[in-house]
Design a protein around this ligand. Structure first.
Ligand SMILES: *Cc1c(COP(=O)(O)O)cnc(C)c1O
Length: 365
C-alpha cells in the first residue's frame, strides 16, 4: 500500500467526491481518438447526456473547464448585444467574458444573495434589442438557485432573444429540461453534481441557436460550435479528447440513471433542507433570499451564530473540506456543497462534527 495521506472528503461546491469505481474508469488505457472504439464511446456519452439534459437536440462535448463553453456561448451566439443576469461571481464572470470578447454587454445586477424574478427579467429584456441573455441557474458563490422554468417562459415572449444557461452546479442535482423549457444553449462541467473530476465541458444546443451561430462572424476555431457539430457527425472531437473522462462519464451516466433522475433530485433537495434547518439551529442565517435557495449548495452567513472560521480549520484537520465564502464573502459566509455522491448519512456525519467543532471554538473564546 502507498503511504500517501488520506484524501480530504470534499464538502465544497465543486469539485465534489468521485466514487472509487468511477475514478477507476479513468485508469483505462488511452485509445486513439480517430478509432471506431472512440467513436462508440463518444456516441454513448452523447446519448446519455441527451437523456440527462432531456433533449432530442444536439449535444456538444469539449475537453476543458466549463468556462470554455461559457465563452463559447458569447462567441457563437452574440454578434453585438447581450444581456447578462448577474447575481454572484460566476454570473459576473459571464458578463466579463462578453466584455472581453468586445460585445456591447449589459449587466442586469441584483445584490448578492438575491435571484431573478420573471417580471424583472421581462422588463430588462424590453429595454434593449438584445440577441441573447445569459443566466446562471445555480449561482454557486451565493447559494442562489434561479427559477429556470419561469425565467425561460419570459424569454419566449421575446422571440429574437436566445436563452443561454449555465447549469454547471445544478445539472444532475436539480431539474433541467432543455426541450420542455425551450432553452437555446445549456452548458455544464462535470465536477459538480455529476461528480467526476474536472476536465470536460458538456452542453446542449438548440437548432435555432445553431442557425444563429451561422450568422455570427469570427467565432474563432477552438470554441466554434459549428465545427463541433460537424465533428459530431463522425462522433469525434476536432481536438484530442480526454478519453479518461469519456470512460468515467459513460459509467457515471449509467449510475445516475440507475438511481433515477427524480430520486437524485429529491436526494439533493432533502440534503439542502436538512442543511438549512441545521444552520438556523446554530444561530446562523441563510445567505440566499427566501425562494431562491439552492438544492445543491448552501451558503450560510454568520448571523448570531458562533465564529465558524476556526471550525472550518478543525474540520480540515479531520479530513473534511468545507468552503469558506467566495471572494468578498470570505469569513462572512461559508458554503456546504451537498451534491453529487453525498448521501444524507454523509451529511449527518459532517453536520454533527461541524457542531462539535463550533462548540470547541466557543470554549476557546
Ligand atoms: C464551477 C462553476 C463554473 C466554472 O467551472 P470551471 O469548470 O472552473 O470553468 C461556472 N459556473 C458555475 C455556476 C460554477 O459553479
Amino acid at each position: 500500500m502507498d503511504s500517501a495521506p488520506k484524501p480530504l472528503k470534499l464538502f465544497i461546491p465543486g469539485p465534489t467526491e468521485v466514487a472509487p469505481e468511477v475514478l477507476a474508469e479513468m485508469a483505462r488505457s488511452a485509445i486513439g481518438h480517430r478509432t471506431p472504439a472512440c467513436a462508440e464511446l463518444w456516441a454513448s456519452c452523447r446519448e446519455g447526456l441527451r437523456r440527462l439534459f432531456q433533449t432530442e437536440q444536439e449535444i456538444l462535448m469539449l475537453t476543458g473547464p466549463a468556462s470554455a463553453f461559457m465563452e463559447a456561448a458569447i462567441r457563437n451566439f452574440v454578434s453585438r448585444k447581450s444581456l447578462h443576469l448577474v447575481c454572484g461571481a460566476f454570473s459576473k464572470r459571464w458578463y466579463e467574458m462578453a466584455v472581453a470578447c468586445g460585445k456591447e454587454a449589459t449587466a442586469f445586477e441584483v445584490p448578492w444573495g438575491e435571484g431573478f424574478r420573471p417580471e424583472a427579467l421581462d422588463a430588462a429584456l424590453a429595454m434593449g434589442d438584445y440577441e441573447a441573455v445569459t443566466l446562471v441557474h445555480n449561482e454557486t458563490s451565493t447559494g442562489v438557485m434561479n427559477p429556470l422554468a419561469e425565467l425561460a417562459e419570459v424569454v419566449q415572449g421575446h422571440p429574437e432573444v436566445l436563452l443561454l444557461v449555465d447549469t454547471v452546479s445544478s445539472l444532475a442535482g436539480a431539474p433541467v429540461a432543455f426541450d420542455d423549457m425551450k432553452l437555446d444553449f445549456c452548458l455544464a462541467g462535470v465536477q459538480k453534481a455529476l461528480a467526476l473530476p474536472a476536465g470536460l465541458a458538456v452542453a446542449a444546443v438548440s437548432e435555432r441557436a445553431l442557425q444563429r451561430a451561422a450568422e455570427v462572424a469570427d467565432r474563432g476555431w477552438f470554441l466554434d460550435v459549428l465545427r463541433l457539430v460537424t465533428s459530431n457527425q463522425k462522433e469525434q472531437s476536432p481536438t484530442t479528447p480526454s478519453t479518461a473522462h469519456l470512460y468515467a462519464l459513460q459509467f457515471q451516466l449509467q449510475r445516475i440513471f440507475e438511481e433515477g433522475l427524480v430520486a437524485r433530485w429529491q436526494r439533493h433537495a432533502a440534503m439542502s433542507e436538512r442543511t438549512q434547518a441545521w444552520a438556523l439551529q446554530q444561530g446562523f442565517e441563510l445567505f440566499a433570499a427566501d425562494g431562491f435557495r439552492s438544492q445543491t449548495v448552501s451558503c450560510i452567513g454568520r448571523g448570531d451564530g458562533p465564529d465558524f472560521v476556526p471550525a472550518l480549520q478543525n474540520l480540515l484537520q479531520q479530513g473534511l473540506l468545507v468552503s469558506n465564502g467566495y471572494g468578498k464573502l470570505k469569513n462572512q459566509t461559508f458554503r456546504i456543497g451537498h451534491m453529487g455522491e453525498h448521501r444524507m448519512s454523509d451529511l449527518e456525519d459532517l453536520l454533527s462534527r461541524f457542531e462539535s467543532a463550533l462548540q470547541v471554538g466557543e470554549k476557546v473564546q
